[in-house]
Each structure stands twice: as C-alpha cells, then as structure tokens.
Design a protein around this ligand. Structure first.
Ligand SMILES: C[S@@+](CC[C@H](N)C(=O)[O-])C[C@H]1O[C@@H](n2cnc3c(N)ncnc32)[C@H](O)[C@@H]1O
Length: 377
C-alpha cells in the first residue's frame, strides 16, 4: 500500500478492521453485499471503496469495525522516524473536514459540545511506544478538531484511530460502534463463546440457502445459529428454523435467550455423538467443538472428534457442507478422511490466544444432492 490521501469529490475510501485470518471472507462480503471494490488487504484490515457511504456499511457482519480512511502505508520503518511521518501524514494527507462531514451524516453529532477520542493500536516490534504514536497522531490533528470539542475516554462522539501492525499503518475515523463486533442479541455469555464475526464468517463459508436445515450440535450460547438467522433477516420470507443443542443444559438455556429475538430455533439438550436425528436430515453443520484445553485432557480431543464426526456424517445429507472451527486440525483431518469428507477450504486464525483453523468439508453425494440444493434454495 502506498501512502494515499482521501479525495473530497468521490466518496473517500473506507477500511475495515477484521479478525486476522478472516480478511478474504470480509473482502468477499464487502464486494458481494455492498458492491464494494477491495483495494488492499493486509494483516487484520481490508481497504475498500463503496459507491455510497451509507448505513449499509454498518450492517457488515464479518468485520470488527469500519472506518473512513484518512491515510495508510505499508512502509513503516519500525524506527522513531515513523513518528514524524505519522505526524506529517495526519496533518497533510487527509481532508479531515470532509471526513468529519461524512461521519456526521452516518453518526449525527449529539446535542451540546461533541466529544472525541484518539485510539492507537500497535502490534509487532517498533522502536517506539504506543503512547509515542498516539502523541504523534495528536500532534498531526492539531487544528483539525474544532476547539470547542472535548476529549473523552468513554462514549466519545468521534473516534480517530491509528492502527499499526508490523510495517502497516492505517488511520481514520471510526464509523461503527461496539454493536458491530459484540451484537445486540448476545444477552447471555459463556466462557468459550465464539466471536460473532468469526461465527458470521463460518456461516458465509457454509453457503447457506433459505430453506436449508442448519445444525450446530454443540451450540454453546448459540452464536453460530444466531449469525445464520441474522444473515437470513435480510431475505424476504426468512429461513427455516435452525437446529441446535448442547450437552450442558445451561448452554441450551443461554442459546434460547440469545436466539429469542433473532429467529426461529429448535433447541435441545443432547449428546452430539448420539443425535436424535434421522440420516441425511441436515443440509449444513456449523460448529465449534471444545478445544483440547477445554476438555478433561487434551488427549480426549481425538476420541471426541471421532465419535462426533461419525454422527455428523450420518445426519448430514450427501453433498452437504460442514464448517468446523477446531484447534486440533490434524486430528479432525484424519477422522474426516475416514468418513470420506472432502476438504474444501482451511483458514488458520487465532481464537482466545490459541491457533485454530476454520475448516470447510463437503460430504460426497450423488448427483441428486445438487437437485436438492435447487429445490431448497
Ligand atoms: C467451544 S463451546 C461452543 C461455543 C459456541 N459456539 C458459542 O458461541 O457459545 C463447545 C460446547 O460444546 C459442548 N459440548 C461438549 N461436548 C459435547 C457433546 N458431547 N455433545 C454436545 N455438546 C457438547 C460444551 O458444553 C460447549 O458448550
């Protein structure tokens, strides 16, 4: 990415911060659902243009946050001279008045004196501290923020962000708020709950159609099922009820609370290795089985995956897809090979500080599975 400036004639570029590893899925959502043009992806972000900057930007589901782009570079030197550049680029490369005007159209200024906040994130080794980068950002913004505005650490009306990741930096105005990453449906939380943006990415990878029966056999707080239902809210006629369950009754209760206002769900307490479902009843399985360290012993993961996949293979129809996020990808691969599933895609990501892989599988099926896709579409 060469350093670039937002222009005032066409809508300025935007960028999204995404969970590292999910950049291709977020880019695909931006292109397909918003008609956007992706200009650049880097570790944890996607820079793009959209024909119009409107509230549809805030309905993206695989992104953690969305911003108006002020400037960006992928040529940080990691040395103290970067601070001078941050100062200079912030002062000269962005049309802040235009960005603030566009920001106010999407997020109207509250009554009274607006508040603002500077946020600096830094990952990787740099020869300066995060607070030095923040100071450089503040110096570059001198004279750009109206004098009557007050700084605030909480609930600021306007947030100026600077994100440094290795040699990359992006700077802009935040358009989204915490609801983009946390979701309003999440009333009940469980310790091992999946991040909603990861769940949304998994649902996209599952290529779900409205009439598909979607199952999460280990649903926890129901994040994956909620994301399937939320994605279908944009479709006229909605979607078939989702099916889910968990060994732990308190998880089933949490899922039921979280899904109540999102869409129809059939939930039960069950053992995912002995599901009360008939053969081939399910079109899609999306699931987040326990990671090794969440089990009594990490070695328990192999036997669990073995029993679980045999059962998933029984209930999944031929040609159906399963999207599973696991920490022990090798163990899953060897069991999947045994049941004959075909690997479609693998996306390495980090979850709760651990390496994980989002894996997509297709159960081989006769030609009639294609026809069934058409019928249920
Ligand atoms: C990583 S958590 C799932 C989190 C969920 N995706 C969410 O967002 O809340 C794994 C879940 O699997 C459940 N579980 C473990 N073994 C199970 C089994 N044999 N049958 C059904 N559920 C099981 C656990 O109770 C736990 O809720």
């Amino acid at each position: 990415m060469s350093r670039s400036r937002s222009q005032s004639a066409a809508p300025p570029p935007c960028y999204a911060v995404v969970h590292p590893g999910l950049e291709p899925i977020a880019a695909e959502e931006i292109e397909r659902d918003l008609g956007g043009e992706v200009k650049k992806t880097g570790p944890g972000f996607v820079v793009f243009r959209v024909p119009e900057i409107d509230e549809r930007l805030l309905s993206l589901r695989t992104t953690e946050d969305v911003f108006l782009f002020a400037w960006g570079t992928d040529q940080l030197s990691h040395r103290a001279e970067d601070l001078d550049r941050i100062r200079r680029w912030t002062a000269r490369e962005a049309d802040w008045a235009n960005l603030l005007r566009i920001h106010h159209t999407l997020r109207p200024k509250p009554k009274g004196k607006p508040t603002y906040r500077l946020v600096t994130q830094m990952e990787g080794k740099h020869g300066y501290l995060r607070r030095d980068a923040r100071k450089a950002l503040a110096q570059g913004l001198a004279g750009k923020v109206p004098e009557s505005w007050r700084p605030a650490e909480e609930n600021a009306a306007v947030e100026f962000w600077l994100t440094l990741h290795g040699a990359t930096a992006v700077c802009g105005l935040r358009l989204s708020d915490r609801d983009m990453r946390h979701r309003t449906y999440k009333l009940e939380h469980r310790p091992a709950s999946l991040r909603p943006t990861i769940a949304a990415a998994m649902v996209r990878l599952a290529e779900v159609r409205p009439r598909h029966v979607v199952l999460d056999p280990m649903c926890g707080a129901g994040t994956l099922l909620a994301e399937r239902l939320a994605a279908a809210q944009r479709i006229r006629g909605g979607c078939a009820p989702v099916w889910g369950g968990d060994l732990d009754f308190s998880a089933v209760r949490a899922a039921s609370v979280n899904l109540r206002r999102v869409g129809p769900a059939l939930l039960a307490r069950w053992d995912a290795t002995r599901l009360p479902l008939g053969p081939g009843e399910v079109d899609r399985i999306v699931s987040n089985p326990p990671f090794g360290k969440q089990l009594s012993s990490p070695e328990a993961v192999g036997p669990l995956y073995n029993a679980m996949l045999r059962e998933y293979d029984r209930v999944l129809r031929p040609g159906g897809l399963a999207v599973l996020i696991v920490s022990a990808a090798a163990a899953l691969r060897s069991v999947a090979r045994r049941v004959g599933w075909k690997a479609q895609r693998q996306l390495p990501i980090r979850v709760l500080g651990q390496s994980a892989v989002v894996t997509v599988w297709r159960k081989p099926g006769a030609q009639d599975s294609m026809n069934k896709e058409g019928e249920r579409g």
